[in-house]
Design a protein around this ligand. Structure first.
Ligand SMILES: [Zn+2]
Length: 368
């Protein structure tokens, strides 16, 4: 019962926040934006097919985060705790999966995250899908890959201190990857040019996580120094979402943090867009540049996944528990789970609706 209840609460938390859990990267909005904009980096031979399916690629950008609750083994695909392995550049971790398993064991790798290797695995699957000219698989794997590549560009997905829980900075995960992009992302420039071919997908994935990791000093350091200059009642404020009041980082804190980060979040989003385009393009080239025009006539049926059934069941139970149940729940016993948001709780599923409404607003403003 306890387990079931926790599951329900986690789902409610997930629906509402999408912020401080370990497996989340970029909030819903940012993931969808990255996948969507990556389409515009593609060459004409790919562009038509992807543009025709732009809503699919956008909507499904967050599937891997949804799956986390229903699919065993999903969570570690989204991160790698590099600092578990010593100091930058973490040479004790062999870059190739098989060697890494031999040296460190699969259990260890899975415990501390596998995102670079999972990117490589999905890339191979995408090459196969292109070879088979299977429109549905091309789209599904492209959307997933966009998610994992996006995650690998998030600094807080490369550290054990992923939510500042080891340094008294709890909540920083959602601040950096959700709150900041949602407030300021409207002004970011996501046109990044044309995708180039990647000669080594795994090497690029490693380059990405190492680059992300190097941002961490700045991510933590600036939050800390800013916190020292602001009393708690200025650092946080309350916003109503749906019928709930939610404790959030204040606009002023976010603005000052964003200014001091000096476009870091925008740069990481832009590199995400470029890298997503590059890996799609590379998979297509490596599959022999198949002609995608015949796929334009095919209607891609969005098949529900098995895990979606499972989620529906959890969701029904969750609606029975209700957000009030969640808020009344004593979180202090569940600290171990990364989904616990600690000091930055929670509103209702209305937040999710708002998030998606925000997205729709953007999508409608965008000129394709
Ligand atoms: Zn994720």
């Amino acid at each position: 019962m306890r387990n079931r209840m926790n599951k329900i609460l986690l789902l409610v938390g997930f629906l509402i926040l999408g912020t401080a859990t370990k497996s989340f990267a970029w909030g819903f909005w940012a993931h969808q934006r990255i996948n969507r904009m990556a389409i515009f980096t593609l060459p004409p031979e790919m562009l038509k097919f992807y543009k025709k399916n732009i809503e699919y690629i956008t909507d499904h950008a967050v599937d891997p985060d949804k799956r986390r609750y229903a699919v065993d083994g999903e969570a570690p695909r989204h991160y790698i705790d590099l600092d578990h392995y010593g100091e930058y550049p973490f040479q004790m971790v062999p870059r190739k999966w098989k060697t890494a398993v031999d040296v460190l064991t699969e259990d260890t790798l899975v415990s501390y995250g596998i995102v670079p290797w999972h990117i490589q695995k999905d890339y191979y699957r995408l090459v196969d899908a292109f070879r088979a000219c299977d429109a549905y698989r091309i789209l599904k794997i492209s959307a997933d890959l966009g998610h994992y590549v996006g995650d690998s560009n998030v600094p807080l997905h490369t550290t054990e201190n992923y939510n500042g829980q080891m340094t008294g900075q709890k909540g920083i995960h959602g601040l950096w990857e959700s709150r900041i992009p949602e407030i300021f992302g409207m002004k970011y420039n996501f046109f990044v040019g044309q995708a180039k071919y990647e000669t080594d997908v795994l090497e690029e994935a490693w380059k990405t996580v190492l680059e992300s990791h190097l941002c961490l000093d700045t991510v933590f350091g600036l939050e800390k120094s800013l916190t020292e200059t602001m009393p708690s009642d200025m650092k946080y404020s309350f916003e109503s979402r749906g019928n709930m009041n939610m404790k959030v980082y204040s606009q002023e804190f976010c603005t000052r943090y964003h200014d001091e980060l000096n476009h870091m979040v925008e740069r990481r989003m832009r590199t995400s867009v470029m890298r997503v385009g590059m890996i799609w393009y590379t998979a297509w080239v490596d599959a022999g540049q198949p002609d995608l025009r015949p796929l334009l006539d095919k209607e891609v049926v969005d098949e529900p996944e098995k895990y979606e059934e499972k989620l529906k069941i959890i969701d029904r139970e969750a609606s029975g528990a209700g957000a009030t149940g969640y808020l009344n729940h004593d979180h202090s016993h569940d600290r171990k789970h990364p989904c616990e948001v600690e000091d930055l709780p929670v509103a209702t599923t209305a937040a999710l609706v708002m998030e998606s409404a925000l997205w729709r607003k953007w999508a409608s403003q965008e000129s394709n």
